[in-house]
Design a protein. Structure first.
Ligand SMILES: [Zn+2]
Ligand SMILES: [Zn+2]
Length: 255
């Protein structure tokens, strides 16, 4: 009979400081012996840590969540209100645009919270024309986009994927940054719609002639892979383990 025992590093865990861009990561390692299997919680450096540098760990299991949802969890669940990492203070500085809107005034700039950590009380402004927007306006745009996205029937295969891609193109011109979390959500739905259709040709063979529809499916899945890869690269730039499967997907789709 295999028995499991769990050992957690309660003694050393509190010695780490929290950061949303940590320099260590944790994983569970299995140790198999003849009659038992043990799990060990292992902390590894995921980038070079210099002497006297603070060793940090991401206390929240929400690394890939969009900015605002993550902030809510940090604040209300984990009681972390004063994280000063670049991702919290200025998400755009690390390329996190998961809550940036397109400016409805100049149609060119990006709108984001001037004080991201208190987003709902903050003024939101455009980085190009400097126009200011109250959070109530931002909320209205988000509700409108979300309602439209949720109203799309995802049970019609390619027809649903067409509608979702139309949503992505249209909203990326007028309302949402391409890296916005509603865009990621839309691409995720595209993948769901195409999953069963493209299952037979998931591993492309250069010797096979594919239909135009198949090639379009690959291109759309490739776009999805790029969007996800960009987001993962942003929030965990030095940890390739998370990127592995997305890179593999992109490689397969690049035929
Ligand atoms: Zn942070
Ligand atoms: Zn503007």
């Amino acid at each position: 009979m295999i028995c499991f025992s769990y050992k957690l590093l309660f003694g050393t865990q509190p010695r780490f400081a929290h950061s949303c861009l940590p320099n260590t990561m944790q994983s569970l390692d299995y140790e198999l012996t003849q009659d038992s299997s043990q799990l060990r919680l292992v902390t590894r450096a995921c980038t070079t840590i210099l002497k006297k540098e603070v060793i940090t760990l991401d206390f929240s299991p929400t690394a890939f969540y969009p900015y605002l949802i993550r902030q809510r969890i940090l604040r209300h669940v984990l009681c972390i209100e004063n994280c000063v990492c670049a991702r919290c203070v200025n998400p755009a500085s690390i390329g996190d645009f998961s809550d940036h809107l397109k400016c409805s005034q100049c149609k060119d700039g990006l709108v984001s919270a001037e004080e991201p950590t208190i987003w709902s009380e903050s003024v939101w402004s455009c980085n190009s024309c400097q126009e200011e927007f109250p959070y109530s306006f931002i909320k209205k745009v988000l509700i409108d986009c979300r309602r439209e996205l949720e109203s799309i029937d995802t049970s019609r295969g390619r027809a649903s994927a067409d509608e979702l891609m139309n949503f992505i193109r249209r909203r990326s011109l007028t309302d949402l940054h391409r890296g916005h979390f509603l865009m990621l959500s839309a691409y995720n739905k595209v993948e769901t719609c195409l999953r069963s259709i493209s299952a037979g040709v998931r591993q492309p063979d250069p010797a096979t002639v594919y239909s135009r529809d198949n090639i379009q499916d690959f291109q759309r899945l490739g776009e999805y892979g790029d969007v996800v890869d960009r987001h993962v690269r942003t929030v965990r730039s030095h940890v390739d383990i998370f990127r592995g499967k997305f890179c593999l997907l992109r490689l397969l789709l690049s035929y």
